[in-house]
Design a protein. Structure first.
Length: 235
């Protein structure tokens, strides 16, 4: 399995898990073998076109790893090239656009994090703390977390600890991404982790998030939920 960091790591992981060679992947898509190799190793950006090409081959249907890239919120943002390009431009101009009321998927977070401009990053930092909706605040926080900038880590943790609505949305999204429960169940688990239908399975998946040195949000949520699950796991 690939150990490459950045957005290119999960297309490569999906290909390797399916035992598809890079040569065969080039045949299955409109991209050259050399270009796909550069994307997978982080030498070229993982664009929405690449994501869509890999999704057409590997999922999300029938592939558990790829399904876990998305949360089960009924209005989760789709990874479409035109929409993401428009959103990036909007964020750069200081307008949150669909970030205001549409939850992002992990795939969208990573693509936006990889391509957002320095000016856009400053807007996200402001919205993370002062955005007028909880959805905007948590979306901004998640995108910043995927940038893996150590300078943002403390602020991300501060928001998660002080903003209850952001915290609940982030925890629910974590459970949703890992377990694929319906959104109502995920919100319930975020409020009371001990009510999780399969706490042992959830804990095993959370353990990986809790040691993710690249993602402050995943690390904090993983550690928080594991701590809350301890009474159930030790019965």
């Amino acid at each position: 399995m690939s150990t490459i960091d950045g957005p290119g790591r999960w297309p490569r992981a999906a290909r390797e898990e399916a035992d598809v060679s890079l040569t065969r992947m080039a045949q299955l898509t409109s991209f050259s073998k050399s270009y796909l190799g550069m994307v997978e190793t982080g030498q070229r950006p993982c664009s929405p076109d690449i994501v869509l090409a890999y999704e057409r081959v590997f999922g999300p249907i029938g592939d558990d790893m790829w399904r876990r890239r998305n949360i089960t919120h009924p209005r989760v943002m789709q990874t479409k090239r035109a929409g993401l390009a428009e959103l990036l431009h909007s964020v750069d101009q200081g307008h949150p656009g669909s970030l205001l009321d549409t939850p992002t998927s992990l795939a969208a977070d990573e693509l936006l994090a990889a391509q957002v401009s320095p000016k856009g990053v400053e807007h996200l930092r402001n919205w993370m703390s002062e955005g007028k909706t909880a959805t905007l605040r948590v979306n901004s926080l998640s995108i910043l977390a995927r940038r893996s900038d150590p300078g943002d880590a403390l602020k991300i943790i501060e928001v998660l600890e002080s903003d209850e609505r952001v915290r609940m949305l982030s925890l629910a999204s974590t459970v949703s991404r890992l377990m694929q429960y319906d959104w109502k169940t995920c919100r319930s688990i975020a409020r009371e982790p001990g009510t999780a239908p399969d706490p042992v399975r959830l804990a095993k998946r959370l353990a990986k998030d809790a040691v993710d040195v690249k993602d402050a949000e995943a690390r904090w949520c993983g550690a928080y939920l594991l701590r809350e699950l301890v009474p159930v796991l030790t019965r």
